[in-house]
Design a protein around this ligand. Structure first.
Ligand code: UDP
Length: 478
């Protein structure tokens, strides 16, 4: 269609815009149709991809189950030989909710209590069965039958009063899942149901293979944990054994008190520093709110035959702390980090937690003569929670010297947290955290600074713990 020209030969702008409008009106049903069709196409591709992924998952389950059954058949026969004669004493069959919430029977071997005794007087073969849960091997048949998957949310026992909504969906329960992995390395801070939902939402055959490989690496060595004690004495420092939610509740409570409290996180590097820095060690011994940070302390706990409830490190704690501070209107002050880094972090926080009251912030490269002013500013800011990122042990010693002058309810030393939160330093991907190798990622990021801390520091710390424990045991026997 041609647009009409004015007598001067030029196109009248008002007429041309009317022509465009006319075109647009004619095109609009066409556009709508295209939009609808592309939406349908996307939905179709999404559904096909999901169906393909579920099929791929099922195929992977079947192939692996057949492979494992073939490989493990000698163990099966051995187990049948020692378990069946005592099958009469075994506890009854176990039922669980399967796909679409349909109950199925879990095919554990009928193992009597005498084969899996609670006391430690079992023979080595029985200990071996118990240690690696070999009596559960027939679940491979459940997988082959389609009752279970290798990867999926943990099965819910049947009958149960409240079953999670997703159990009624197409989801098959599984032998392992991201939540179990996180639990094994003490980083399962969210509820199991939340982790399961996240897994179901994001699952793919490739993701499942990753979970399976990580589980093969982690779960056989994680075993049964000793019952955690409220406190753990390690290298003469008392570490509180608390869950993430308990820590958050305590911080929110302490923030409102008039007597200020100091919270310190310790990782193997801090423990090594404490072994040679008496002032720092004396401070950690005095504080009654010291928390363990990182897989190193978790491994040391295993060596000491004790266990941690949670790995409550500063970086994992921070999002929960922000949520709670926002909810309870607790103003936070941030001190530390390179100039520009703390500012960048505050911007990130404004976007992520719009209702968070940020009482103020200050970088950590100040001159000694500026310190008085900074302390005053923090006091005037009305902050109830202070996060100090100056690196250990400086941040802990600084908080301790100034705690009463700061006017806050609680002050925490948080190390490199601001670098992570500002985006300056990237945190290790979740799969690395799930197998407890976040430190490898940090080492690769800053090998020059970190090699001494990790390559030398980690084994040195474990050696120190073993030597210290030997001394303690010898002392107790005297
Ligand atoms: N830092 C600071 N002022 C200083 C020295 C260090 O603010 O005088 C900051 C530094 O920028 C970093 C944090 O302190 O953000 C320490 O990070 P590091 O990774 O050493 O801490 P870690 O978590 O290992 O204790």
């Amino acid at each position: 269609m041609k647009s009409e020209q004015s007598p001067t030969g030029k196109i009248d702008p008002s007429e041309s815009s009317t022509a465009i409008e006319k075109y647009e009106i004619q095109l609009s049903p066409l556009k709508k149709n295209i939009n609808r069709q592309s939406k349908m196409l996307r939905r179709f591709i999404g559904r096909t991809a999901l169906a393909f992924s579920l099929r791929a998952q099922r195929l992977m389950d079947m192939l692996l189950a057949i492979l494992f059954i073939a490989l493990l058949s000698p163990i099966f026969i051995f187990l049948l030989f020692i378990t069946l004669p005592r099958a009469r004493n075994a506890s009854g069959p176990r039922y669980f909710y399967g796909k679409y919430g349909t109950p199925f029977r879990m095919l554990y071997l009928p193992v009597a209590d005498e084969i899996l005794p609670k006391a430690g007087d079992a023979t080595p073969d029985r200990k071996f069965i118990k240690r690696y849960s070999l009596h559960k091997l027939p679940v491979l048949i459940n997988i082959l039958k389609g009752d279970l998957s290798f990867v999926g949310p943990s099965p819910v026992p049947y009958p149960s009063r409240e079953i999670p909504e997703y159990v009624r969906q197409t989801t098959r329960p599984g032998l392992t899942n991201p939540y179990l992995l996180r639990k094994a390395v003490n980083i399962a801070h969210e509820a199991e149901m939340t982790a399961d939902r996240e897994y179901i939402h994001q699952r793919s055959a490739k993701g499942d293979l990753g979970v399976l490989l990580r589980s093969a690496l982690i779960l056989p060595t994680s075993g049964e944990k000793p019952i955690p004690t409220p406190e753990i004495n390690m290298l003469d420092i008392t570490i509180r054994n608390m869950k993430m939610s308990e820590v958050i509740n305590k911080i929110a409570h302490d923030a409102l008190q008039t007597t200020p409290v100091q919270l310190a996180f310790v990782n193997p590097d801090c423990m090594n520093i404490a072994c040679t820095n008496n002032e720092y060690k004396a401070l950690l011994q005095k504080l009654d709110f010291v928390l363990a940070d990182g897989i190193g302390i978790h491994i040391a706990c295993k060596l000491m035959n004790t266990s941690m409830d949670d790995n409550v490190n500063g970086t994992d704690l921070f999002p929960y702390l922000c949520e709670r501070a926002m909810q309870d209107h607790l103003p936070i002050y941030f001190l530390g980090g390179k100039p520009g880094i703390v500012d960048a972090m505050v911007e990130v926080l404004h976007a992520k937690y719009p209702a968070l009251v940020i009482a103020g912030f200050q970088h950590g490269y100040f001159k000694p003569e500026e310190e008085g002013n900074i302390i005053n500013t923090i006091k005037q800011s009305g902050a109830r929670i202070l996060l100090v990122a100056l690196g250990a042990p400086r941040q802990e010693l600084w908080i301790h010297s100034n705690l009463n002058a700061l006017g806050v309810g609680i002050a925490l030393g948080v190390g490199g947290l601001f670098d992570f939160m500002s985006g300056q330093t990237k945190r290790a991907p979740r799969w690395m955290r799930e197998i407890g190798v976040e430190w490898v990622y940090r080492l690769l990021q800053e090998p020059g600074r970190m090699w001494r801390r990790y390559i030398i520091g980690n084994p040195l710390f474990l050696w120190r713990v073993m030597r210290w424990q030997k001394r303690m045991k010898a002392g107790n026997h005297q």
